[in-house]
Design a protein around this ligand. Structure first.
Ligand SMILES: O=C(O)c1ccccc1N[C@@H]1O[C@H](COP(=O)(O)O)[C@@H](O)[C@H]1O
Length: 255
């Protein structure tokens, strides 16, 4: 086991669809790239072979870790996509139950499972399920806002720190913050951004320009504000005052 110290959160950017996206995000200092599979009708949806191509392209940069982002609710289909693409991190971005997490954990024991918790009208929809998700094998929770019409994912709507700070206090595993994160939003999270359990931030809308494509200036502004340190360098740091995270095998991060 390695004790890991993060000076800044990891930066994840979601929805790459081309090798040029991967190059832009890697050059911009991003740590994790979200690749969609099983997001029906989504503009960044990838068939399995493209998922595998882009995952390989991300790994080949030496700094970008691919994350499968999915609405799928079938553990075997998710595990098959992970096996096919070689992706070890998965973001369950919908209302998949703890039983699915448990089944996926059995199929992929070394995977890093991120489970999204949705916040609507200031309340976490899955609040009562948090202990069950932890027992089922979730590694990290991802906090995101539900859109005004029930939209899930890429709402561009900011979470209020006061809505989630108590929620985070009851968790036994790390969390990633999402929902309208941009280069100016860090001061809105004075407590969460220094919380020992905060593993990273996840961004879609604010990484893009007016044309909907990733924009290198927007990505550079996110990196400057939120961090995005190379994981390999982070692993070598030992700063007593930084937030500690324990890293087990490659890709498995636990508190
Ligand atoms: O980006 C999407 O459209 C998307 C689709 C399906 C699942 C997740 C998706 N994105 C996630 O949305 C949040 C926050 O996005 P934003 O910065 O508020 O636009 C983030 O967790 C993305 O992974």
């Amino acid at each position: 086991m390695t004790v890991r110290s993060l000076l800044n959160p990891l930066l994840k950017v979601c929805g790459a669809t081309a090798e040029a996206d991967i190059d832009l995000l890697a050059a911009g200092g991003v740590n994790l790239v979200g690749l969609w599979h099983g997001v029906p009708g989504g503009p960044a949806e990838l068939p399995l072979d493209r998922l595998a191509d882009l995952a390989a392209a991300a790994r080949s940069t030496g700094r970008l870790r691919p994350v499968l982002v999915t609405f799928l609710a079938d553990a075997d289909a998710i595990a098959d996509a992970m096996e096919h693409s070689g992706i070890e991190w998965v973001q369950l971005h919908a209302y998949q139950p703890p039983a699915l997490v448990k089944a996926l954990r059995q199929r992929r024991p070394g995977a890093h499972i991120l489970k999204v918790l949705h916040v609507a009208d200031g309340q976490c929809v899955e609040k009562r399920l948090i202990p069950a998700y932890e027992r089922a094998g979730v590694d990290t929770f991802l906090l995101d806002r539900v859109g005004l019409n029930g939209q899930v994912g890429s709402t561009g709507l900011r979470l209020a720190e006061s809505d989630v700070v108590d929620l985070v206090a009851g968790m036994t595993i790390p969390f990633v913050l999402a929902g309208g994160i941009d280069a100016d939003s860090r001061p809105s999270y004075p407590r969460l951004s220094v919380h020992p359990g905060m593993l990273g931030v996840d961004v879609d809308t604010a990484a893009r320009g007016g044309d909907g494509r990733f924009d290198r200036h927007a990505v550079a502004a996110l990196t400057a504000s939120w961090g995005g340190e190379p994981e390999t360098e982070v692993l070598e740091l030992t700063v007593p005052t930084a937030r500690p995270v324990v890293v087990g095998q490659e890709g498995a991060v636990a508190p």
